[in-house]
Design a protein around this ligand. Structure first.
Ligand code: ADP
Length: 474
């Protein structure tokens, strides 16, 4: 039938448009390393902001005491408490409270938003400390994970550059995030000090490093995506004379905004970007992260539905942005029932497309596969780009020319990248495609030395660990 041929053609075009052969991935690797360099060379030198974090020492495992952490960003807000016994990997008791951030607060005022999180904190502290026999330390210390771009002024303060991921609290832009939280905490009468302000990637790196000293980078694949890594201080050219005791500093890349002409882009991506509140922004994130993948799939199905009748009459739901959430897309993609009943269920319940024949269900699975495979493979290329920048990809790198090609010992050091976020931890196909692409790009000689380690709640626990390591010295 003509209609069927038309949708098959659209699927083929999608596949071609999303193609990521290893040669193209290597171009993305190179582009990432080059952009990192440019972003470190001068302020505004690249779409990668390469933000300084002022974190120059990572937790060692010797930290002791009770610390709190608060995570704000993405979909949920998390509060937690860790007790550290001074020995690596013995986090005695970690208690966690996870609360969705009410939609209306994402676009309200800073006072309302921070009052909400300060209340969460206060309730949590009261619950945790009730009946606790230990006397309270002088002042409670908090690690604050804030997963939006911040221009840090120290390890405990910094100003919001812009919102991402659907947040828009306009009076916050440019203001000191720690101060806003500290004031809200005071308004609630809670005795607690914001000891460190960190990006969620930095928290993940901190926990990764606490668990395994070879951890040099951390990447998040959740609602949004971002990465950070440990850079040599003398490579941060835009901040000359940067003195750190360790000779290094964690750099928050804000890689969601990465862009390169080598990224495979389709008309669906162009439309998604144009319809978004931040066009031309966060281009890498819009191809990779959980906020967007489902919406790319929705756009493809809409196009197919408009150009053929295989989905029946065009459902009005197909016009609703973000109605197809990424976890639903994953459920369809990973449907292993013989009749693809899960696919049928999502199409019917969410998109109001009933009674799709088996061949069309399979078509939908294919669409999900193409979109997620591209995302995961580009994500892998991004990670290898970081490794290349620091000379850990086995190629010699461009890290100041220090790592010579052929200097096997340096090339082959074990390198760990901590990864977290729901897209990676809960979406098996995404994870498998990412791991597979890492091996393809690195090659079989180098790949075994690069370990991707999944962490859980690292962004929060890591912030508490950083509060501990920073309060010990301050
Ligand atoms: P955050 O909102 O702070 O990024 P997470 O790291 O937990 O929180 O990531 C949540 C995101 O991960 C969701 O917005 C969704 O896009 C994605 N996600 C969660 N679970 C799944 C899943 N089973 N399949 C695919 N994506 C998922």
């Amino acid at each position: 039938r003509r209609a069927w041929r038309r949708v098959v053609r659209l699927l083929e075009e999608l596949e071609e448009g999303c193609a990521t052969p290893v040669g193209r991935l290597r171009q993305v690797v190179d582009a990432m390393a080059v952009e990192m360099h440019a972003g470190l060379a001068s302020e505004g030198g690249s779409k990668l902001k390469m933000l300084l974090t002022y974190v120059h020492k990572l937790p060692t495992g010797k930290e002791r005491g009770t610390y709190y952490a608060l995570h704000l960003g993405g979909t949920n807000s998390r509060v937690l408490r860790v007790q550290l016994g001074g020995q690596r990997s013995t986090i005695i008791g970690r208690d966690l409270d996870r609360q969705p951030i009410p939609q209306n607060l994402m676009t309200s005022t800073s006072e309302e938003l921070f009052d909400f999180v300060a209340t969460l904190l206060k309730d949590f502290v009261e619950r945790e400390e009730k009946g606790s026999i230990t006397t309270q330390q002088e002042s409670r210390e908090l690690g604050f994970t804030f997963s939006f771009p911040v221009k840090q002024t120290s390890s405990s303060s910094g100003n919001l550059i812009k919102w991402t991921k659907g947040f828009s609290v306009e009076d916050m832009v440019g203001r000191d995030v720690s101060e806003c939280l500290q004031q809200a905490i005071s308004r609630k009468g809670l005795d607690m000090r914001v000891a460190v302000l960190v990006n969620d990637t930095v928290g993940t790196l901190a926990l990764g490093h606490y668990d395994d000293e070879d951890t040099v980078a951390a990447v998040i694949f959740g609602t949004g995506t971002n990465a950070c890594y440990l850079e040599r201080a003398d490579a941060i050219i835009k901040c000359q004379g940067l003195l750190t005791t360790s000779g290094g500093m964690v750099v928050n890349m804000e890689w969601g905004n990465f862009w390169s002409s080598h990224l495979p882009r389709t008309s669906y991506d162009i439309d998604l970007d144009a319809d978004s509140p931040n066009p031309n922004d966060q281009g890498f994130e819009k191809m990779i992260s959980g906020m967007y993948l489902g919406d790319i799939v929705r756009r493809v199905i809409l196009q197919m539905s408009q150009e053929s009748d295989v989905f029946g009459p065009v459902s009005s739901k197909l016009h609703v942005p973000f109605i197809l959430r990424t976890h639903l897309m994953a459920a369809m993609h990973e449907d292993d029932s013989p009749n693809l009943t899960e696919v049928a269920r999502v199409l019917k319940d969410t998109l109001e497309i009933p009674d799709v024949p088996f061949s069309v269900r399979r078509l939908v699975v294919n669409i999900c596969d193409v979109v997620t495979r591209r995302a995961a493979r580009l994500a892998a290329a991004g990670i290898v780009g970081i490794l290349k920048k620091i000379g850990r990809d086995g190629s010699g790198g461009i890290a100041g020319g220090k790592t010579k090609v052929g200097s096997k010992n340096k090339m082959m050091r074990r390198t760990v990248v901590a990864v977290e976020g729901g897209l990676y931890t809960d979406y098996t196909m995404f994870r498998e495609y990412l791991n597979e692409a890492m091996e393809e790009i690195l090659g079989e000689d180098v790949a075994p030395y690069v370990v991707i380690k999944m962490t859980k709640d690292g962004s929060g626990i890591g912030a508490a660990l950083l509060a501990a390591s920073h309060s010990a010295s301050s």
